[in-house]
Design a protein around this ligand. Sequence first.
Ligand code: AP5
Length: 214
Amino acid sequence: MNIILLGPPGAGKGTQAQRLVDGRAMRQLSTGDMLRAAVKAGTPVGLKAKAVMERGELVSDEIVSELIDAELATMGPAVGAIFDGYPRTGEQVSALDEILARHGRRLDRVIELEVDEDALVDRITGRFTCANCGEGYHDRYKLPRQPGTCDKCGSTEFKRRPDDNEQTVRTRMAEYRAKTQPILPDYERRGIVARVDGMADMDSVSSAIEQALG
Ligand code: AP5
């Protein structure tokens, strides 16, 4: 199964993608994570993307589509893809269609996480992750069970994203409204969109997604 998780910054795409991967033959393909890894490694892609990401704007369509293509090329046919944060523009929708066809895959479902934008600023500015394994936490909604220690790997190092400040989050949301929301009607015409209430608690969102996937 190949699915897209769609929603504005902080909607819970990454959280739900990680949950879907657990116990399934699926892989999370997060263009945001790939770009952050490229920035950290100082690759040519990372050097191009760094300032754009810090402003909260979108990186070029070619760069992100090439990242997705390269990642799919490493996956066996039995492993499904969860697209997290991709596609985000009409050009990326066309590129994904072409890439999927080339890899002998088809798109099964687009899950749109419906959320309240003001609540998202609070979600994003409270977010942090384990510096070792990437497990996600939140200052109020999900703290480590033992303070200061990652539940998953035991690391005591955590980090916050440089673009998780209110000003950049507002730009990221404006980018979503202007460039990403308009891609939905295309997928609606294909009859593959399912809407899920992203403001519910994490377990309820997961159950609703499971139901939508059938
Ligand atoms: P990206 O990394 O994709 O960021 P984003 O879309 O802004 O989404 P986030 O990762 O912020 O949010 P999320 O929906 O995954 O929420 P999460 O699960 O973490 O992109 C970053 C940048 O890279 C972009 O701005 C752009 O520059 C570039 N980029 C990436 N892809 C691109 C593309 N295709 N084209 C061009 N440029 C691209 O949840 C947020 C917080 O809320 C967490 O703390 C979580 O614990 C908590 N939470 C989650 N669900 C719930 C819930 N139900 N209740 C309470 N809390 C919850």
